[in-house]
Write a protein that binds this ligand. Structure first.
Ligand SMILES: Nc1ncnc2c1ncn2[C@@H]1O[C@H](COP(=O)(O)OP(=O)(O)OP(=O)(O)O)[C@@H](O)[C@H]1O
Ligand SMILES: [Mg+2]
Length: 1098
């Protein structure tokens, strides 16, 4: 066997790029963490052995579900697995079939979604033998659908009622058999109806042939229907009393005792569940009690026993042994005891208006009793189904979508197979046929029809077996009916004989007594048996009871007795007992009824999309973890699973007509979206080309596209889903845009309205403000104008008043002036003024005579005669002095004026500054003391000087080095200062006045002075000059005035007792000290050192 990877690679080769993409995009897949293979289609190599091994491997790993394409194989685990939780439901919800590991939920989801989204009615066909898990599977499907479909109070109630119908029907229709502790003893087909949204609306249940023989007799190791045990174990004492029952099972003949208790089943608890379920489904309390009363009556019927009694006429008669039980039954059902008693003793046959009553012997009485019990129970069961249908019926008349779930008894091969097994197996045969029809045959035929290349696969078509049973002319059922209706003695043997005649040549029929020489020697077949080679195996049927069971006779006396019951339910169960409605026609036989209902079922199923769950029973022991390969192999064979896989693998996983295909996927390609103009097939071609789906992945049939790989389909589905989302987004986008725009326009409109209102309001406010401002300004202006006028008026008024006042005063003054002289009061003032005039006159006249001399220096001034003339006196003195001085000055010549000017200048320069000054005041400034013109000695000197000589005087020039004095002629002209030798008259130095910067002298009474020269000038080469002169004040004054007039600069005159002079490079300090008197007023100079020259002054 190939490894998982190899298998994957070989399989993976089939898909190319697309598959890689699918792998990338589909997050989970069937392939993830796969144990064995999840889909038998992927099995390599494919044969019975690998098939079983794969199932076993998966079973051992608790993987009980495996696919064959879309068919689910379910292997009964016989233990509860944690794979049905609500989380699992969510996991499988809305997921692709192949996306997750195989599960019954995946199939349920697929079926539900195609029902809801594609509007296809569905049916879920659950097949398999007894105990394979069909009922469980059907419940799982229902609970999954209930979990994923719509929600809401009403919907939930419908769901709950649908789900709760199961426990009720199981209690009445299921029983423990050797194969299954909860074996369904009836066939059940339930249509769940949905509205267009996929919300459940209700349902319809059809039941098929309840195995009623079980009511009166159970094979060894089996039980009667659950409800009997549940009632006895779970009912309260009160209820038991009411039903006249006892808790002890052994009290009842109809209950088998050897297996009354089933392991792991709590009958009492189940009874409560059933009661509760009945309530949910909608049974009234009295209805539920009526039902239990019927159950009790059936139980008690079994306890009626008969004893033989010989009658006088020699006929055998039966008598009820103990009438107590009968009495209680009659009390329970409200039947007259005598009526029932008679019905057990006589049989009335009506023919052609004649009534013939015959007595019943004991055997016949027992037969009648059991027939009544069986009929009562089976009719109750049918009533229950109808009652449930009434409750769960959809309340609306709108078109419904339907999901049918078929859980029918599995194929049965017992040791003793009777009419029931024959019927059951016939039903399974029909189901197999429909499976074959719908999958294998249909598949092949479709390929041929669609002109798709097909490798032929042989498969077994069981139509021939069905025909053997159901053929209207020579089918077994038809012959049984014929036999039953035939006049004369009819027994099971005559029936067998007939079979032997008619079916002898049929290859699936075998019988010991067959006239066909083929079987003459077949001693393996017992007598009174026939064997049918069913698709699932050979089954040997005991012919005994076939006729009776098919007739299903209930003596009319009994049904009439029942009809007479006051118990409403029982009465309604036997409508044929009504004497008014006597129908002499025989009722249809059980076989023909069943055939008809199976035909209806098949018709119904054919209109729906089938989904298969093939249940497999792993062992006969009802035990977990045991996988009996032989048993499984047998089931696989008769279920034709291998052929199923072959067909799947040879063909294409999916097909769809071009129109719906194009309709579904056209949005995936630009050319086909939104409309494709041409034929659908070419549209699909364009679509597939555009989507770049590898050509080996699909084929074009006549009317359908065939897709080889489910993955390709899922890829398409995913693309479509994505595209739908995009389209939804687009719609959403446009809608949002529209909504936003509408909103925006509304906002804009509103904004304009608001703005208009606001502007109006603002303008109004502004206008009001402007208006009130204008009013204020206006009022101010008016006020101002008014005040102005008022002021003017007031002014005018005041003027008028003033004029009046002035005029009054003026008139007053004039009048007073005119009349003053006539008043004494004025005399004083007049006298005073006169006296004053006199005094002033006298003062001035006296002063004229007392005037002092005209000398300006005369200080005399006559004393003041009157105090009040003090200021006048002083002023007069001042004016006089000024006048006297002017007079004096007016006498001066220009010469004298110059001299005085000089004197005045000297006084301004030196007065109070130099001690020498006062002595100079009295000395006239002569200037040229040395008369150069007259002295011939200085003729040369005089010639050298062309300018006017201002000073010519002999001075002592102080030697700079030692302080000794030398006489020099000091000459000052308009522009120069000249020094000449006193003796020779030779010019020693000539200094332009511009070079003289300063004259320094002491504050003492000495004639020493220094002439400072401009630094760097030619004259200053030896340094500043130091002189001593008797006419220092005059010389300094003249030097100052000449410099001022010539250079327009004031000569700096420094008066200080210590100053600096410049000798060549040295700065020498000239310091004046108090000296002796020996040289008179001439100072003595002494050069103390380089820096100091001391001048001793007197
Ligand atoms: N999926 C499952 N998980 C656990 N146990 C299961 C499962 N399916 C079946 N079983 C067990 O197997 C038993 C038999 O199953 P079920 O009653 O469904 O069989 P069936 O096919 O309906 O038989 P019949 O034809 O006799 O009615 C159940 O009672 C249950 O114990
Ligand atoms: Mg079942």
């Amino acid at each position: 066997m190939q490894s998982k990877e190899e298998r994957l690679t070989s399989w993976g080769r089939r898909g190319s790029e697309l598959e890689t993409m699918a792998k990338m995009e589909v997050k989970t897949s069937l392939l993830d963490n796969m144990i064995g293979v999840g889909d038998m289609v992927l099995l390599e190599p494919l044969n019975e052995e690998t098939f079983i091994n794969n199932l076993k491997k998966r079973f051992d790993h608790s993987e009980i579900y495996t696919y064959i394409g879309s068919v689910v194989i379910s292997v009964n685990p016989y233990r509860s697995l944690p794979i049905y939780s609500p989380e699992k439901v969510e996991e499988y919800r809305n997921r692709n079939f192949y996306e997750l590991s195989p599960h019954i939920f995946a199939l349920s989801d697929e079926a539900y979604r195609s029902l809801r989204d594609q509007d296809k009615d569905q049916c879920i066909l659950i097949t398999g033998e007894s105990g394979a898990g069909k009922t469980e599977a059907s419940k799982l499907v229902m609970s999954y659908v209930a979990a994923v479909c719509g929600k809401g109070a009403e919907v939930n109630q419908v769901k709950e009622q649908l789900l709760q119908s199961n426990p009720v029907l199981e209690a009445f229709g299921n029983a423990k058999t050797v194969r299954n502790d909860n074996s369904s003893r009836f066939g059940k087909y339930m249509d769940i109806e949905f509205d267009f949204k996929g919300d459940p609306l209700g349902g319809v249940i059809s039941n098929y042939l309840l195995e009623k023989s079980r009511v009166v007799k159970q094979p060894r190791g089996e039980r009667n229907f659950h409800v009997f045990y549940q009632l006895l174990s779970g009912a309260s004492e009160e209820l038991l009393n009411k039903l006249k029952l006892e808790r002890d099972f052994s009290r009842y003949n109809y209950l088998s005792l050897d297996s009354a208790k089933v392991n792991g089943v709590d009958d009492a608890a189940n009874f409560r569940t059933v009661r509760n379920a009945m309530q949910i489904v909608g049974f009234m309390d009295h209805e539920a009690e009526s039902v239990l009363a019927v159950v009790a009556a059936v139980l008690k019927l079994g306890n009626i026993e008969f004893k033989p009694e010989s009658r006088v006429n020699g006929l055998d008669e039966s008598k009820i042994k103990d009438k107590n039980e009968l009495k209680e039954i009659c009390e329970l059902t409200g039947i007259d005891q005598s009526v029932l008693e008679r019905a057990f003793s006589f049989r009335t046959v009506e023919a052609k208006q004649e009534k013939v009553s015959t007595t019943l012997n004991v055997a016949q009485a027992y037969y009648a009793r059991d027939a009544l019990a069986k009929n009562l129970y089976s009719r109750l069961f049918s009533w229950l189904v109808n009652r449930i249908n009434e409750s769960i019926k959809a309340q609306t008349k709108v078109r419904k979508k339907v999901m049918g779930v078929l859980d029918i008894y599995g194929f049965e091969i017992f040791e003793d197979n009777s009419f029931e097994q024959f019927i059951i197996n016939y039903c399974n045969e029909k189901l197999q046929q429909i499976f074959i029809e719908l999958t294998l045959k249909e598949e092949q035929e479709e390929y041929i029809r669609e002109d798709i290349e097909w490798t032929h696969i042989d498969y077994f078509n069981n139509a021939i077996i069905c025909d053997l049973i159901e053929n209207n002319t020579n089918g077994i059922l038809a012959m049984l009916d014929e036999e039953c209706l035939r006049p004369g003695t009819v027994t099971d043997e005559t029936f067998l004989e007939k079979l032997n005649q008619v079916c002898a040549t049929h290859q699936h029929f075998e019988s010991r007594m067959s006239k066909c020489s083929r079987f003459l020697n077949d001693t393996s077949l017992p007598h009174s048996c026939f064997r049918i080679q069913h698709y699932a195996g050979k089954v040997l049927y005991q012919v005994e009871g076939f006729v009776d069971k098919n007739n299903d006779l209930l003596y009319r006396d009994l049904s009439q007795a029942m009809w007479k019951a006051s118990h409403a339910l029982i009465k309604s169960l036997f409508p044929e007992g009504n004497p008014a409605k006597i129908n002499l026609k025989r009722p249809p036989t059980a076989g023909s009824q069943f055939k008809a209902s199976v035909a209806t079922l098949m018709k119904n199923l054919q209109t729906k999309n089938p989904n298969y769950i093939r249940c497999i029973k792993p062992n006969d022991k009802k035990a977990a973890h045991i996988f009996n390969e032989a048993l499984v192999c047998h089931q696989i064979r008769y279920l034709g699973l291998l052929e199923n896989v072959r067909v799947r693998r040879a063909g294409y996983a999916f097909r769809q007509a071009y129109e719906p295909c194009l309709e579904r996927y056209k949005m995936l390609c630009k050319q086909t979206w939104p409309h494709w103009k041409g034929p659908a097939r070419s549209g699909v071609e364009v679509l597939f080309n555009e989507l770049e789906i590898p050509v080996e992945e699909y084929s074009f049939g006549r009317s359908k596209i065939f897709i080889r790989n489910p993955r390709t389909l899922f890829k398409l589905e995913d693309l479509r889903k994505q595209r739908l989302e995009d389209l939804a987004t687009l719609i959403q986008k446009i809608y949002r845009g529209w909504k936003c725009r509408t909103h925006f326009l509304l906002m804009k409109k509103s904004q304009i309205v608001i703005a208009a209102w606001y502007r109006r309001y603002a303008q109004q406010k502004r206008y009001q403000q402007t208006k009130s401002s204008a009013l204020v300004i206006q009022s101010y202006i008016r006020g101002w104008k008014a005040r102005k006028i008022l002021r003017e008026l007031k002014h005018q008024k005041r003027c008028k008043e003033a004029v009046t006042t002035i005029a009054a005063y003026w008139h007053g003054t004039q009048v007073r002036r005119e009349y003053r002289k006539f008043f004494r009061a004025n005399a004083g003032k007049k006298i005073y003024e006169f006296t004053l005039q006199r005094i002033v006159q006298k003062y001035f006249l006296e002063m004229k005579n007392k005037m002092p001399s005209l000398s300006p220096i005369d200080k005399n001034w006559p004393s003041r005669p009157y105090l009040f003339l003090d200021s006048t006196h002083k002023e007069l003195k001042r004016i006089f002095h000024l006048w006297r001085c002017k007079k004096y000055r007016d006498q001066f010549t220009d010469q004298q004026k110059l001299i005085y000017e000089e004197k005045l200048e000297a006084s301004e320069l030196f007065k109070d500054k130099k001690a020498l000054y006062p002595s100079s005041v009295g000395q006239p400034f002569q200037g040229a003391y040395l008369e150069i013109n007259k002295n011939p000695k200085y003729k040369k000197l005089k010639d050298a000087i062309e300018e006017k000589i201002i000073i010519a005087e002999v001075v002592n020039k102080i030697n700079r080095a030692n302080g000794k004095s030398t006489s020099r002629i000091f000459l000052l002209t308009n522009n120069n200062l000249l020094l000449a030798d006193q003796k020779s008259g030779q010019i020693k130095s000539e200094v332009p006045l511009v070079d003289v910067t300063k004259v320094s002298m002491s504050s003492q009474n000495d004639g020493f002075f220094a002439v400072h020269l401009k630094e760097g000038s030619e004259a200053a080469s030896k340094g500043d000059f130091l002189f001593s002169s008797d006419h220092l004040i005059e010389m300094a004054t003249k030097l100052y005035r000449t410099t001022l007039s010539q250079t327009k600069q004031k000569l700096n005159i420094e008066i200080s007792d210590e100053f600096l002079v410049q000798f060549r490079q040295d700065k020498v300090c000239v310091k004046f000290i108090q000296g002796n008197q020996k040289n008179g007023s001439v100072p003595t100079c002494k050069r103390k050192n380089n820096r100091l020259l001391e001048v001793a002054v007197p």
